[in-house]
Design a protein around this ligand. Structure first.
Ligand code: S3P
Length: 438
């Protein structure tokens, strides 16, 4: 599928944003090994989380879906998973693959994890190394998927994280549930802490501070209902579209505002954005709020590298904010973007240049020169966040923008087109555009 987006006048209104991807994965996995039944509401029914759901069914977990966004999981307990009879397909999801690697390392059976072309190019040594220290046996294609995991008895670990990664941290914690001894993780940068919060909600004693997490292995989980907040990473596309508009004001309800995720709000505010955060409350262990976003004039800034891990998935969109701001915006300390669903620094630079924006790329960042966006063709390289970022850019471009290879949007925001259209954005799939012309 390809998107065609025409310059659009955004309307004021309320946007409906799907559930948080990270929390939906964790709710499924932790519910699967908990004692008792978990009802998950607000679940993200996107292809990444559905890959996790299908894999858990292959591991013998009984899961029902009363509706698209509701899932009921009968927990199998820590020792209740069964050997799969086929390869577990993680699709496009790095989170699913890395978290499952942790979960499956301590099982009494072997399993194999594989993924699509993009996932097959993503580094796995970052989890293989700590899990191996814990006693796990993992084989890979020289550090890349597929992963073959021969379940073992695991032991504790004291691990200093070489990269800021919530996926690595979570893989270690999931393996830690099966370990004898203590798990201690030390990291310099704060990363999203949904795993720690949900484990705590399910009765695990886990001690987490700014730079250290300590958990005793062998603890079991007790099922509890999970209400998934709207995903701030998906809301971010509507936030920027509103900021760039002439005069729109858009409300977004029940958005996750966990402080390990809100870097995008802080960075956009530094650029001049008017984003109101009201009615902060808790969905279980996760803070949520209602946002009110108003059209704003953005200006270039030097983005603080200390904020990178708190906005790690929003940099494609922040490149667009920078392109539409006055002056220069400097990004540094974002080398991790090169090993996401695509090389997001290179792919964003290429796409922005195609729309006539000047970008100077560096090894671990870029300088984006704000200015007028023209029209043209952009290749998303099968990266959902790149595709959606350019759709937002197109609303303020001079001419139409064609965005290629956009099927991946279904991984995190299945009704992205419907959501933008409800706010007056003239976006269609190329197939739809052809039908409308015929
Ligand atoms: C995620 C962690 C981040 C993020 C990804 C989701 C998670 O990855 O980019 O989209 O759910 O744990 P890293 O752990 O590689 O930074």
């Amino acid at each position: 599928m390809n998107f065609v987006v025409e310059p659009s006048a955004l309307k004021s209104g309320t946007a409906s944003i799907p559930g948080d991807k990270s929390i939906s994965h964790r709710a499924l996995m932790l519910a699967a090994i908990a004692e008792g039944q978990t009802r998950i509401s607000g679940f993200l029914s996107g292809s990444d989380c559905l890959a996790t759901l299908a894999a858990l069914r292959q591991l013998g977990v009984h899961i029902e879906r009363p509706s698209a966004n509701e899932v009921v999981v009968d927990g199998s307990g820590l020792a209740g998973l069964q050997a799969p009879t086929a390869v577990l397909d993680m699709g496009n999801s790095g989170t699913a693959m890395r978290l499952f690697a942790g979960l499956l390392s301590g099982q009494a059976f072997s399993s194999e994890l594989a993924g699509d072309r993009s996932l097959s190019g993503r580094p796995m040594n970052r989890i293989i190394k700590p899990l191996s220290i814990m006693g796990a046996h993992l084989r890979s294609a020289e550090g890349f998927p597929p992963l073959i995991i021969d379940g073992q008895n695991l032991h504790g670990i004291v691990y200093a994280m070489p990269v800021a990664s919530a996926q690595v941290k979570s893989a270690i914690l999931l393996a830690g549930l099966y370990a004898d001894g203590e798990v201690v993780i030390v990291g310099q940068q704060v990363t999203r802490d949904h795993t720690e919060r949900m484990m705590r909600a399910m009765g695990i004693v886990i001690n987490s501070g700014e730079s250290q997490i300590i958990m005793q292995g062998g603890q079991s989980l007790t099922a509890c209902d999970v209400k998934v907040p709207a995903d701030l990473s998906s809301a971010a596309f509507v936030i920027l579209a509103t900021l760039l508009s002439a005069d729109a004001e858009v409300d977004i309800k029940d958005v996750g505002v966990n402080p390990t995720r809100t870097g995008v709000i802080d960075i956009l505010r530094d650029m001049g954005a008017d984003i109101g955060v009201q009615n902060v409350r808790m969905f279980g262990e996760e803070p949520v709020a209602d946002l009110t976003v108003r059209a704003s004039k953005l200006h270039g800034i030097d983005v603080d590298p200390a904020r990178v891990s708190l906005a790690i998935d929003e940099f494609p969109l922040l490149f667009i904010a920078a392109a539409c701001a006055t002056g220069k915006t400097r990004f540094s300390g974002i080398a991790e973007l090169r090993v996401k669903e695509s090389d997001r620094i290179a792919v964003m630079a290429e796409g922005l240049r195609a729309l006539s924006v000047a970008v100077d790329e560096t090894e671990d960042g870029a300088v984006v020169h704000g200015g007028q966006l023209y029209g043209g063709n952009v290749d998303s390289h099968g990266d959902h966040r790149v595709a959606m970022s350019f759709a937002v850019a197109a609303t303020v471009a001079k001419w139409a923008v064609h965005i290629g290879d956009t099927d991946s949007v279904d991984t995190s925001f299945p009704d992205f087109i419907g959501c933008l259209r409800s706010l007056g954005v003239n976006i269609v799939s190329e197939e739809q555009a052809r039908d409308e012309e015929a």
